[in-house]
Design a protein around this ligand. Sequence first.
Ligand SMILES: [Zn+2]
Length: 506
Amino acid sequence: MDFVHSNLQVLQRQLSWVSTSDVDWQLWVQGSSWTVAGWEIYLLLRQYPLYSLPSPPPALSAHISQDTFEKSQKYGKDKARLQIFSKVYGQVVDSAMLAFGFYPWCWKASGSLVERVGFPVQSYVITHSIAFCFLLAFLSSIPSMPVSYYSTFVVEQKHGFNKQTPKLFFEDIIKGYAVSVALGAPLLAVFLKIFDWAGERFVAFIMLFMLGMQMLLVVLYPTVIQPLFNTLTPLKSGEVRTRVEALASALRFPLKHLYEIDGSKRSSHSNAYFFGLPWSKHIVIFDTLLEQSPAGDVEAVLAHELGHWYLAHPTKMMAVGQLHMFSILAVFPAFLHAPAFLRAFGFDFSGVEGGAGAVKGGGGGGGGGEGEIPTILAFLLFQMVLMPMEAVVSALMSALSRRFEWEADRFACEIGEVVRKTNSKNSSGKESEGKEGEGKEGEGKEEVDVSVYSDIGDRLARALITLHVKNLSTMHVDWMYSAYHHSHPTLLERLKELEVLGKKKA
Ligand SMILES: [Zn+2]
C-alpha cells in the first residue's frame, strides 16, 4: 500500500501544474465535447445511408424475406434519424448548461434548499453535496425526456415494439428517481466521507468501497431493484427447464434459480442472462425468447451465456473496470486541490487558496465548508475534463466485450468437449476447480452423452438469426460505427465464425 502511495505522490508532483497554471478548462471541455460529438455524428452519418440499400447482405438473404428486410431498414432509418437529432440536441443543451453557468447556479440553489430545511452549508458540506447531485441529475434529465418519450411512443410504437403505456413510462421514471435517492444518497455520503477521513490516502479506500458496492448491487439488484420494474417467475417445468438444468449441472454451474422475466411488459426485444454470487447463480430468460425460439435453440443461447461464466468474463470485465477507476482516482488529487480549476467553470473559491478559510457564500458559487473545496464539485468537473479519454476507453471496452462474445460463441460450439472433460476429470477435481456446484448428474458417471451438443453451433446460429429478425435489427453495419459502438460482433461476423467452427468440428 505504501509503495502505491509513494508512486501516486510522484504522479501528483508531476501534475502540480494543474493548480498553478491558467488553463481554460471550460474551453477544453467545450472543445473536446464538441469534438467527440462531431465524431459520433460522423459515424451516424456513415451508417445512415446503409438503411437505404435495397437488399439484405447475401449471407442473410436466405434467412429473411424481402418484406421483413424492408421493415428492418425503415425501423433502422427512423432510429438513426432520432439518434442524430438527439446527439446534436443533447450536445447543444450540455454546452449551453456549461456556458451559462448552470453548474454554479445549481450549487447555489441546492445550498439555499438545504439551508431552508435547517442545515447551514458551512457545516453540512456532505448534505449540500448530496442535494446538489440530485438537483443536478433531476434538472439535467428533463431535456432528454421528450426524446425518450418520442422514441418509445412514436418510433418503437410505429414498428410494433412498444408495449409500454404512458402511465408505465412515467411510473418507471418516478421509481427510477426513488431508487437512486434511496440508494444513491447513503452511498454518496459514504463516498464523500471517505475522502474527508482518508485524506491523501483515499485511492485505496475508495477502490475498496466501490468494489464492496458492486458486490452489494449484485445482491440487491435482483432481489430488491429489479422486482420493482419486472416480474420474475420460476420457469415452468418443461423441455427448456430440463435442458438448461442439465446443461448447468454438466458444467458445474451453481444454478440456484431459473426464472422467466416479463421483458415483454415494456418491449419485444429479447435476451437471457445470469447473475448472482460465485456460489449461487440465477439464470433469467426473457419470455420473448421463450416464445420465439424452440427449446433447443434457447439452450444454445444459454450455452453461450454460460460460456461467459465459465471463462470468467464478468470478473475480467470488473477487473478492467477497477483498473480504469484506479487510474482516474490516481490523477484526481491534482484537480481536487486546485481552486483555479473550479474558477474556470465559474465557481469562486478564491479564499481557499493557501489553505486559508473559505470565502463563504461569496461570488457565483458560494464557499464550501472548513476552507476546503467541495470534493463533489471537483470530481464532477474532473470527469468532464476526462470526457475525450473516456470516449477512447469506452471504445476499447467495447472491443474487449466483442472479444468475449467471440470466446463465448466458440465455447458454445465446443461445449460437448468441455462437458466431457469436466465430467471425466471430476473425480480428480482438477479440471473443475472453482466451478463446483450442485452437480447431481455427471458425478461418478464414467461417460456423459455429449452427442446432444453436437449441433449446438447451428442452433445458436438459428437463435441469433431469429432474435435479429424479430428485433428488426440492423442488417448492414458500417465497420467504423460498429468498431466504436458495438459491444457485440455483428450478426454476419458471428454467423461466419460459427460456420467455420462447425466445419472444423466436422
Ligand atoms: Zn454474450
